[in-house]
Design a protein around this ligand. Structure first.
Ligand SMILES: Cc1cc2nc3c(=O)[nH]c(=O)nc-3n(C[C@H](O)[C@H](O)[C@H](O)COP(=O)(O)OP(=O)(O)OC[C@H]3O[C@@H](n4cnc5c(N)ncnc54)[C@H](O)[C@@H]3O)c2cc1C
Length: 380
């Protein structure tokens, strides 16, 4: 369990988050898993308790923290409590989308959007992936054609987390040719021509709503451009490092939780007249996974500190994402085996964690794309 990178303030914050998750989220988790979506109110509730929006500036109702360790604490606690897809939705809000608003809003946009983001009343999503392209972001085809004070947006996005619940969608759209022709536009709930498709039926991460989005002649005011026109790739490459670190932290924390759940289980369950824990295979598997998570935790802590100091490189974040997400899959798989048939049941956190883990090597950039980034850095 974490470690020297956290001080007393983080410890107090951790205790409060743990309490919030236990009281406000865990009792509703099954309901969300069955519904395929969390109720919107949980974001505002988390906002009232200071666990959403704590990274937004104080001037507009946020907590004013730029210490990423608080983000890490929230991710870890959600993972330790087995919140899977529900944790994903909150993590997306805090770690992945709000940083774009913090970094690139004009003064007018700050007044319009920051208070709702800080309070958790405005739910966020980021829409990069399209039916025809995911890994290859430069091939994004959604268009945003200028027309007076507006862009006319046409296209479709898919696999968008918070896609149903989102009020503000940061959409990557083409305002020109090539890599320098992509821009970030904020498409808002209720804009005519902006429609949501199905809440997609996934094999895991059930509590997170993941949707298709359709834009048909959506007239988005130019006042909703985030940052400068044509700079989306630059902004994405800067912010994707934090997104990948966030996913990596989740991966390691899920693996830590899986080991703990398994240790508890194998001491209780018996076979052939002895606890499962007494078999040499069980001891060796636990020794292996515990060693792996201990080593991973050391690198993850270093990455968190590097990020706090503004020194985490894209390749460093890619290594964390690659290792953390692959570890999450390996460890949940090995641990589930030690639960026998019970491990395959959704009522056991290990079963949920196993199916939730599968997407970790895919979203936020696949393992193959992480290897591409890392190898480019090594060979540069
Ligand atoms: C549950 C879920 C939530 C998601 N949430 C979001 C979200 O909120 N916002 C968003 O924009 N997107 C989201 N995504 C999309 C996700 O980021 C993409 O699925 C991912 O980037 C991969 O893109 P793709 O699915 O188009 O796969 P493809 O790019 O078609 O890749 C298919 C396979 O080819 C491999 N491949 C591709 N290019 C190369 C290469 N150059 N070298 C070697 N192998 C390669 C890939 O690694 C993969 O194995 C989500 C996806 C899922 C499943």
């Amino acid at each position: 369990m974490p470690t020297s990178i956290y001080d007393e303030t983080h410890g107090l914050f951790r205790a409060a988050v743990r309490n919030f998750v236990a009281n406000e989220m865990t009792p509703r988790f099954d309901e969300w898993e069955k519904a395929g979506i969390m109720d919107r109110e949980i974001y505002a509730n988390a906002g009232r308790h200071g666990f959403v929006g704590f990274n937004m500036p104080e001037s507009h109702g946020g907590g004013g923290s730029n210490d990423f360790r608080f983000n890490a604490v929230v991710s870890e606690e959600l993972a330790y409590a087995g919140m899977g897809g529900a944790g994903n939705g909150i993590g997306l809000q805090n770690d992945i989308v709000s940083p774009y608003f913090i970094a690139y809003c004009t003064d007018e946009q700050k007044d319009r959007w920051w208070p709702g983001i800080a309070s958790g009343e405005k739910i966020l999503a980021i829409a990069m992936t399209e039916p025809g392209t995911g890994s290859d972001l430069a091939s994004i085809a959604t268009t945003a054609d200028p027309d007076g004070d507006e862009y006319v947006v046409n296209g479709a996005k898919t696999f968008i987390t918070n896609g149903i619940n989102a009020d503000l969608v940061v959409a990557v759209a083409r305002t020109g040719e090539g890599r320098d022709g992509l821009s970030l536009l904020v498409v808002e709930r209720g804009m005519p021509g902006f429609e949501r498709g199905r809440n997609l039926d996934k094999i895991g991460q059930k509590s997170a709503d993941t949707a298709e989005l359709f834009f048909t002649d959506v007239r988005v005011p130019k006042a909703n451009l985030l940052g400068e026109e044509g700079k989306a790739m630059k902004y994405l490459s800067f912010n994707l490092a934090q997104e990948r670190l966030s996913l990596a932290i989740n991966g390691v924390a899920v693996a830590e939780a899986a080991v703990q759940w398994t240790v508890d289980y194998v001491k209780e369950r018996t076979a052939f007249g002895q606890p499962i824990a007494a078999f040499q295979n069980t001891k060796f598997v636990l020794a292996e996974v515990d060693t792996e998570v201990t080593v991973a935790r050391a690198y993850m802590d270093q990455c968190i500190l590097d990020h706090v100091h503004g020194e985490l490189s894209p390749a460093g974040a890619a290594k964390a994402k690659l290792y953390g997400s692959e570890l999450q899959n390996r460890v949940t798989d090995k641990c589930l085996q030690l639960f026998g048939g019970y491990g395959y049941m959704s009522e056991y956190p290990i079963g949920v964690a196993y199916t939730d883990a599968r997407v970790a090597t895919i979203y936020g950039g696949t393992s193959e794309i992480m290897k591409t980034i890392i190898s480019q850095d090594i060979l540069a």
